[in-house]
Design a protein around this ligand. Sequence first.
Ligand code: F6R
Length: 369
Amino acid sequence: EKGGYATFMEKEIHDQPHAVADTLLGRTDASGRLVLDELRISEEQLEAVDRITIVACGTAAYAGMVAKYAIEHWTRIPVEVALAHEFRYCDPIVSERTLVVSISQSGETMDTLMAVKHARSLGALTISVCNTHGSTIPRESDAVLYTHAGPEIAVASTKAFLAQITACYVLGLYLAQLRGGSFADDAQSVMKELGEVPAKIETLLGRMDRVKEIARFMADTRAVLFLGRHVGYPIALEGALKLKELAYIHAEGFAAGELKHGPIALIEPGQPVFVIVPSPTAEHGLHGKVVSNIQEIRARGARTLVIAEEGDESVVPFADEVISVPATSQLLAPLLTVVPLQVFALWLSTAKGLDVDQPRNLAKSVTVE
Ligand code: F6R
């Protein structure tokens, strides 16, 4: 049942091309237009949405943070990401024109369920992005958009994360198409590009031997830092979460721009730091700034583990290790850049002799508040 892999997590990491492809399946018509018949909320209601709040916990919340960049860019609707357990207690601003999108692999997370119920009681429209058919959160929501990652057994979420980002992107593109703004025409080309991502993940997975080796030699590492910007920021947070959960070590993700506002004080000789570098061609133009960050921490002795687009030679002089990912557009990059971080956490946990699939103190589905 582990498909020849030693752990469910390793299998699920390798399932990721399918998780993305299957989540895209059947969501466009012959002409390439998005069709979300499953949504059960009228087009009129969706057209009237003036605010989106994403509620989720843990990895699912990081998927939401990634999605915020994309949905706001495509729809120009303000998107807020709320940790589900905070949402209910912060007097949230919600109206009947608010779309509350919950993200949950299990569909049973009590914190997320309570946030959805609260949103509904305030009159919001609720959509559940969920991986488990027949689970509670979709039942308690106005509509559901299923992720098709297949069952996720390992406690640490991997393929569900990629499927959640994919589903949120489909939703964002659908809203853009519905609203007919300037990005409506782009929806089809983004869908086409998303369709090319599974093959790129496959290519990337074929290159993970070096990451496995790096992890093996880091079994006694006590802390790891992760830096990213824009969509790379939530990926830094996710990389750190995977390491906390699986290898029980201090790991922290930062927005690279924060470095000089405090975290750079943590850099001492030998400190491993993963840096997620945006493409040199990314429209936001942040590539050079992140490369400068690598220089800054390297000058203070950090051991720099750099995730960069293949062919980006500019990082080489400042990188102790370069992990190359296939090129894609800036908003789709997280579907690739997170993979080496998952692989790293898997093999570091293995190198420490820990239980990869069942980390201590954690449960796959958290059904208490
Ligand atoms: C991280 C992880 C957790 C879950 C979180 C939400 O690897 O597994 O952070 O992502 O507990 O769970 P779901 O998505 O089932 O609501």
